[in-house]
Design a protein around this ligand. Structure first.
Ligand SMILES: [Zn+2]
Length: 101
């Protein structure tokens, strides 16, 4: 039997989003590529995506992920596009953490 140290709890939606964002964003012209805007887009997408938690033996995650990924393509593309538009409309990269720029 696997112990809790050998099992992980994972929101695989996060991996799907991280996997899909670069290709989708690369099709959009003029979006800011600073770290703050990147993180704001990621937060927006994850806050607007249904979490999909799975319990997985460590190391088995990616086989399962690829099998499930296709089910979410359309919605994720839409949400990532929305995130890019929102962050572009009101970027927060001039607030507070200017040293990060
Ligand atoms: Zn920015």
């Amino acid at each position: 039997m696997l112990t809790s140290k050998e099992l992980g709890l994972k929101n695989y939606m996060e991996d799907i989003v991280l996997n899909k964002m670069p290709a989708i964003l690369s099709t959009m012209k003029g979006i800011c590529e600073c770290e703050r805007c990147h993180m704001d887009r990621l937060a927006y997408v994850l806050n607007n995506s249904p979490p999909k938690y799975i319990v997985t033996p460590k190391g088995k995650l990616y086989a399962k992920l690829s099998a499930l990924e296709g089910q979410f393509d359309v919605d994720i593309v839409k949400i990532i596009t929305e995130a890019a538009v929102r962050v572009d409309e009101s970027p927060r990269h001039d607030e507070e953490d200017e040293e990060l720029l």
